[in-house]
Design a protein around this ligand. Structure first.
Ligand SMILES: *[C@@H]1O[C@H](CO)[C@@H](O)[C@H](O)[C@H]1NC(C)=O
Ligand SMILES: *[C@@H]1O[C@H](CO)[C@@H](O)[C@H](O)[C@H]1NC(C)=O
Ligand SMILES: *[C@@H]1O[C@H](CO)[C@@H](O)[C@H](O)[C@H]1NC(C)=O
Ligand SMILES: *[C@@H]1O[C@H](CO)[C@@H](O)[C@H](O)[C@H]1NC(C)=O
Ligand SMILES: *[C@@H]1O[C@H](CO)[C@@H](O)[C@H](O)[C@H]1NC(C)=O
Length: 801
């Protein structure tokens, strides 16, 4: 008993709980006390135990100013520790150790020092172990062993590379790496369980031809807080918001792309300000063997199997597809093999060698003769009227590229070739999903417990301490055998995605029984409500509940991940029985449509800023965020205005939620979406639907804002019928053409409600950009980010955003 008493005294003494930035020698941070964190003196960073799963914690550094803590660094990403009894201790000998409930050493800095050390979290997010002498000497620092994130000033070096997480919720080491290669060049590598390949810089070109030097052995690359990145191999970039001095981070995301995120102080969230790979399918390793990657405008990046193959694991497309046929490619079955032509396909790498041939037949025979060693060929015209033939040993890195200058022929049994089964697209589940329950539970073997207790009892105090912790923990564990009920899982999902699940009753109370109707959007009626925390919300009740709960949650979580100051914020949702509700922030000033009708509420400055902000929101949806989303119904009713008349795009990402049971045709969509007057011609003529449909609708909205005339109004005035919807555009282009000089048409088309108060050069650029956006040929329309660039250069420097 005396021993236990002594132990308790030690435990008590060695637990610090005040918010400080420094941990002294012989002290510990315990997983059980949420207050056991180091907080940098500017309060922007914290270091402590971060929950990564059910009862699973990692010792991490996170940024505290964002709405959700942003994990910057993790000590033990691949070995989370138990939520009981684990602790991080700075030992007397200078070693910083992380020990878990079973007394195993999980992680250590492996430092030894005879002088007094302390661990300090600095104001720039670096965790530094240094001697507490007058001249602090750094013994170890977290900046030298990054996880997947670099902070400004933190270098990538030969030893310090970035490795992505498995997924947005699983922080374990993933498959993508940003590193200095042996030839001194900075690269991105996919390193899967069985395969690895470099995908940036373009592996088919020499580094030197891509502006990289292979001679500087220094190997160092740094991002600064202004958004400029420089590397010793000559690679350099500036983020779009350069040179604003703000919080930034460079991160290799779980999807293999490298991005710079800038911190938005007003919204308290991160926005992408640079990314290295513009084309999502150019990242290797996404779809695995025998499959193809393609970008679907609604679902984002998708995989499908090549003809004759079926998916191995629909939840992990990186495992690829396996043959549906007898996969015996041996020489005695040579006669039964044929080839399938894939005209716009690229299968990068895994060529056996290259042979010059004079015909396709010769190339195919080469492949047939290689038997099991050849799964298909790539065939390419050579300058001197011969062809290059590349036999493929494996079919990997497949993607759809209309402008690829080679053709692929797959080797398949003739029986399969004749069956003419269409290629089926399957959706890749790249949703963040519900988090898995991670069990770090240590079962004490029952038959040994008494014995080991006795053994420990006779040992010294150090061991005793741990055994008591273990027993206490064991007791607690037994009384709380199932810590991971649905509730826990749910909460984890929430903390990962940042929004809340409400019960139907809560939302019914919030809206006083769905009384105050404030609008009707795609698929449902919107009500005003006040949540229990007093926030005013817009609550949308979706009409049909023909969707399973898991699917609904997966899609909702995708929408919940989108964060941009020009996109409406989703706070939560409700899914209960047949009820499906979405909870959004409430916008004081209603929609752009209301404000264009109500006289004089939108002066010129506000109109220009609405045009710019809406473009930014759409550009983010199209290009910058992790999922690629088309809006498909851009119109003034879907652009909401906050108290400062800043625009926020609403009703995005819902197309999947609302059109669940519609069959999708080969071009993707079989039904026209959108609103008459704002619809791009592609919908009508059944062309391929791309992000350019939103660009078109945006152009119409801008023309409407400038002229104050709705495209519908002009249609009815001029008594037009049918699908013809270019009246507003034609009206404006006619005015421009018939005007003697540029000054004249402006006066004629600008909304009379503005009473002559507008900036001529801004009107000019808006109309010019809008007319580019509404071109019939979608390839002639600019991208949304290009629109942002064009408008930004005309923004008044004094205008608020
Ligand atoms: C953590 O700190 C807060 C405020 O300082 C205090 O109210 C709370 O009791 C502390 N919790 C524990 C477990 O020490
Ligand atoms: C190598 O790169 C470093 C860091 O960018 C630079 O300071 C140095 O001058 C370079 N050395 C040579 C020989 O180019
Ligand atoms: C990796 O290769 C092994 C042996 O060939 C195979 O069993 C395993 O399924 C492969 N894993 C993946 C993810 O393809
Ligand atoms: C390509 O490799 C195959 C198999 O190793 C060999 O038979 C053939 O001669 C090679 N072709 C060339 C052009 O090297
Ligand atoms: C994270 O991924 C790793 C590797 O696939 C897996 O072993 C682990 O269980 C996952 N953790 C969670 C919390 O899902």
């Amino acid at each position: 008993m005396y021993n236990i008493f002594f132990l308790l005294v030690i435990l008590f003494v060695s637990t610090s709980s005040a918010a400080t930035d420094t941990l002294q020698q012989t002290f510990s941070l315990s997983v059980e006390n949420p207050n056991d964190t180091l907080v940098s003196s500017n309060r922007d960073f914290s270091a402590g135990f971060f929950q990564v799963g059910d009862n699973a914690f990692c010792f991490s550094v996170w940024f505290t100013r964002s709405k959700q803590p942003t994990v910057i660094w993790i000590a033990n990403r691949d070995a989370p520790v138990n939520g009981k009894s684990s602790k991080l201790s700075l030992l007397r000998n200078g070693n910083l150790v992380l020990i878990d409930a079973a007394r195993t050493l999980i992680w250590a800095t492996a430092t030894l020092s005879s002088s007094q050390l302390h661990l300090k979290l600095t104001n720039n997010g670096n965790l530094v172990l240094a001697a507490a002498t007058s001249q602090p000497t750094v013994v170890w620092q977290s900046f030298n062993s990054p996880t997947d994130t670099l902070l400004p000033g933190q270098p990538v070096t030969e030893q310090a590379s970035l490795v992505s997480s498995r997924s947005t919720t699983n922080f374990s080491s993933g498959f993508y790496k940003f590193y200095f290669d042996n030839d001194n060049v900075l690269r991105l590598l996919y390193k899967g369980p069985n395969l690895s390949s470099v995908y940036w810089p373009a592996p088919w070109k020499l580094a030197i031809d891509q502006g990289r030097s292979t001679y500087n052995v220094t190997k160092i690359a740094v991002l600064d807080s202004f958004g400029s990145f420089t590397s010793s191999d000559g690679f350099h970039f500036l983020s779009v918001d350069y040179p604003r001095k703000i919080y930034r981070r460079l991160k290799i995301d779980p999807d293999g792309n490298l991005r710079v995120y800038s911190f938005n102080e007003e919204e308290k969230n991160w926005e992408v300000s640079w990314q290295v790979i513009p084309e999502p399918c150019a990242v290797h390793g996404i779809c695995g063997a025998n499959s193809m990657c393609t970008v679907d405008p609604f679902l984002g990046r998708t995989c499908f199997c090549l003809q004759g193959f079926k998916v191995k694991n629909p939840n992990d497309w990186s495992q690829g597809c396996e043959p549906e046929f007898n996969s015996d490619f041996s020489c005695n079955r040579k006669e039964s093999m044929g080839f399938l032509h894939l005209p716009t396909t690229e299968l990068f790498g895994y060529d056996l060698n290259v042979t010059r041939v004079s015909s396709l037949e010769e190339c195919q025979n080469l492949c047939l003769d290689l038997c099991d060693g050849c799964r298909g060929v790539q065939f390419k015209f050579n300058e001197v009227s011969t062809y290059n033939c590349y036999p493929k040993t494996m079919l990997l890195n497949g993607r759809d590229t209309p402008n690829f200058d080679g053709e692929v022929y797959l080797k398949l049994p003739k029986a399969i070739l004749n069956s003419k089964k269409p290629i089926k697209h399957s959706t890749m589940k790249c949703s963040i999903g519900l988090s898995q329950r991670l069990n770090r539970i240590y079962h004490m073997p029952a038959r040994n417990s008494t014995l080991s207790f006795l053994v420990w009892f006779t040992c010294g105090i150090g061991v005793f301490e741990v055994s008591i912790i273990f027993l206490v923990w064991f007791f607690l564990f037994r009384t709380n055998k199932q810590p991971g009920t649905i509730g826990h899982q749910q909460r984890h999902l929430l903390s990962a995605t940042g929004f809340q699940r409400y019960t139907y009753a809560e939302l019914k109370t919030a809206t006083k029984g769905f009384k105050e109707k404030i609008g009707r959007g795609a698929g449902g009626v919107v009500y005003k409500g006040t949540l229990t925390d007093e926030r005013v919300a817009a609550i949308k009740r979706l009409n049909e509940a023909n969707q399973g709960e898991a699917d609904f949650l997966a899609e909702i979580s995708t929408i919940g991940m989108l964060n941009h100051m020009n996109l409406i914020d989703m706070w939560g949702y409700c899914v209960e029985g047949k009820h499906r509700l979405l909870v959004y922030e409430y916008m004081e000033n209603g929609s752009l449509a209301n404000n264009l009708v109500a006289n004089n509420r939108l002066d010129w400055n506000k109109r220009f800023n609405v045009a710019l902000g809406t473009a930014k929101g759409l550009a983010y949806l199209h290009e910058e965020c992790l999922e690629w989303i088309l809006h498909c119904d851009v119109k003034p009713q879907n652009i909401l205005l906050d108290s400062d008349f800043s625009p926020k795009v609403a009703d995005f990402g819902l197309s999947k939620l609302l059109n669940r049971d519609e069959e999708r045709g080969s071009s993707g969509f079989s039904r026209i979406r959108g609103t008459r007057g704002y619809m791009a011609p592609e919908w009508v003529y059944n062309f391929r639907i791309t992000s350019k449909v939103d660009v078109y609708s945006y152009g119409v909205v801008v023309l409407e804002m400038v002229s104050g005339r709705s495209p519908m109004e002009i249609q009815s005035l001029e008594n037009s019928s049918g699908i013809e919807q270019r009246r507003l555009v034609t009206w404006i282009t006619d005015k421009i053409k018939s005007a003697p000089s540029s000054g004249f048409w402006i006066e004629e088309i600008v909304d009379n409600n503005l009473e002559g108060r507008y900036d001529v050069s801004q009107v000019e650029v808006l109309v010019k950009v809008a007319l580019q956006c509404v071109q019939d040929d979608m390839n002639q329309r600019p991208s949304m980010s290009h629109v942002v660039e064009m408008l930004q250069s005309h923004q008044n420097k004094t205008t608020p955003r």
